[in-house]
Design a protein around this ligand. Structure first.
Ligand SMILES: Cc1cc2nc3c(=O)[nH]c(=O)nc-3n(C[C@H](O)[C@H](O)[C@H](O)COP(=O)(O)OP(=O)(O)OC[C@H]3O[C@@H](n4cnc5c(N)ncnc54)[C@H](O)[C@@H]3O)c2cc1C
Ligand SMILES: *[C@@H]1O[C@H](CO)[C@@H](O)[C@H](O)[C@H]1NC(C)=O
Ligand SMILES: *[C@@H]1O[C@H](CO)[C@@H](O)[C@H](O)[C@H]1NC(C)=O
Ligand SMILES: *[C@@H]1O[C@H](CO)[C@@H](O)[C@H](O)[C@H]1NC(C)=O
Length: 414
């Protein structure tokens, strides 16, 4: 009888953290990734909050991660004409409050760290493997890829992103909606990275946020690596369905037109989107879905990461939430395997059920907090428009938001 093995679909950051957790727990695994190679230029920035720093610490990755992070001290909120709303030491305060810094990375650097340091990385990560179908039996699960190869393991862990194939394949077994995830899509985003602009227009260590109406931008200055990261989000005239959103790939022309429509909006007190977009090194445009998968598992198949929970990016919680989910899943799995090295489908389902029961509520909470972090600076309603401009700056602004007391008040509208 072959030993217990997890087949992970997707090699994004959550998958790689899952790999590290499994390696530490002594559980065998393989990772199947659709892309042929890893382009480290791809992706904007990714932030990790202190709870994820603690996990990196346990995995022995924190020290190197700290050398890769881009240091920040202040958050600067501005109007779309560049005038100041507020300025706070919020980002510096994270370390004072929690003992770990807020760590922003070039996404490629973080993925590269997780991949390089994964034990037996080259033998375990298989690229060019687009998973197309899944077959489960009482004893195992088999994946078939677009190149015709098949892979059999004890269970499948679908960490293949918001447009998850594993979720789609799993869903008919659950008799739910067509994508298995009832997502709402109210915002569209253009994000990427550009060359750093010297001369004081971009203040080193500052994270800028442009507020409303109907838009919010974020720009992280990354002078040490000669870049800045940007994300520009705009509310759609009306929400669209999840199926329409996940099927959509924006063309270069659509991207240029979107950037042109927002070209005069300020990204820092003196620069506009035009200044950044004309110096862009990588960009991507996508609908920003929000939601939670109807069910996170069926027989021998379980979901994690964006495939299970997807949120707006402004609060920088998506990856953090995924990391916490895989830690919980691997802990439950390890406990089972110590008692039953070759568990049957029912015992595995027990693990998946306990995992979902633990994680569904906090993930739902994170989707809501993230929703507010998009809607408040975009002035989704008159209350936020007023609070954001006149109340928050007087009571301590982002420092109060950081302490968690403001998010509780809010209004989760479209
Ligand atoms: C602009 C932006 C900024 C963000 N900033 C932050 C942040 O600061 N902090 C934070 O915590 N989160 C952030 N997020 C969210 C974060 O990026 C996601 O939550 C995270 O990437 C999810 O990781 P994942 O591994 O679940 O999925 P993904 O990163 O989407 O990876 C999925 C992988 O699966 C592969 N795949 C897909 N289908 C198949 C298939 N059929 N077969 C094989 N492989 C397949 C894909 O090629 C991909 O490599 C941000 C998101 C955006 C859009
Ligand atoms: C998978 O399970 C089936 C039926 O339970 C069995 O016939 C088959 O040999 C197993 N495959 C592997 C590779 O273990
Ligand atoms: C989804 O797309 C279809 C086809 O383009 C369109 O007819 C439909 O109105 C769209 N639905 C929503 C809610 O956007
Ligand atoms: C989502 O997946 C479907 C089915 O695999 C594919 O047709 C579509 O292009 C994907 N969408 C995006 C934005 O990648």
């Amino acid at each position: 009888m072959p030993a217990f093995k997890v087949l992970i679909v997707g090699a994004g950051p959550v998958s790689l953290v899952a790999g590290h957790c499994l390696a530490h727990a002594g559980i065998d695994f393989e990772i199947l990734e659709r892309q042929d190679d890893f382009d480290l230029n791809v992706g904007a920035s990714t932030a990790l909050w202190p709870e994820s720093a603690r996990i990196l610490d346990q995995l022995g990755l924190l020290e190197e991660a700290r050398t890769l992070r881009i240091p920040y001290h202040s958050k600067v909120c501005i109007h779309s004409d560049g005038s100041l709303i507020s300025r706070s030491r919020m980002l510096e305060a994270v370390e004072e409050l929690h003992g770990h810094p807020w760590m922003l990375f070039h996404r490629g650097d973080l993925v590269d760290l997780l991949r390089r340091r994964l034990p037996e990385s080259s033998g375990r990560i298989h690229t060019g493997k687009a998973v197309q179908s899944i077959q489960t039996t009482d004893e195992n699960a088999t994946l078939t890829c677009a190149d015709g190869t098949t892979h059999t393991g004890s269970m499948i862990l679908g960490i293949d992103g918001v447009n998850s194939t594993v979720r789609r394949l799993m869903t008919p077994k659950l008799k739910s909606t067509s994508t298995g995830m009832n997502m709402k899509t109210s915002y569209v985003g253009l994000y990427g990275h550009s060359a750093f602009i010297p001369g004081g227009a971009m203040e080193e260590g500052c994270f800028y946020e442009t507020h409303g109406p109907d838009i919010t931008f974020q720009v992280g200055v990354a002078a040490p690596v000669d870049r800045c990261y940007f994300g520009c989000f705009k509310r759609l005239p009306q929400p669209i369905t999840s199926t329409n959103a996940t099927q959509k790939t924006f063309t270069e022309a659509e991207k240029d037109a979107f950037a042109a429509s927002l070209a005069d909006v300020h990204t820092t007190t003196t620069l506009t989107l035009r200044d950044l977009y004309s110096r862009a090194q990588w960009t991507h445009m996508a609908y920003i879905e929000e939601g939670i998968a109807d069910s996170w598992f069926s027989d021998r198949i379980v979901l994690a990461g964006d495939a299970a929970h997807r949120m707006t990016p402004n609060a920088g919680l998506g990856l953090n939430c995924g990391i916490q989910s895989v830690v919980v899943l691997v802990n439950h799995l390890r406990r089972l395997l110590l008692q039953q090295p070759e568990p049957g489908s029912e015992a595995l389902m027990g693990v998946f059920r306990a995992y979902e029961a633990t994680r569904r509520k906090p993930a739902t909470e994170m989707v809501k907090v993230s929703a507010t972090a998009m809607r408040a600076p975009a002035w989704r309603n008159q209350v936020w428009r007023f609070v954001d401009q006149y109340v928050l700056p007087r009571i301590g602004g982002d420092m109060v938001v950081l302490s968690g007391s403001v998010f509780r008040l809010v209004l989760y509208g479209s």
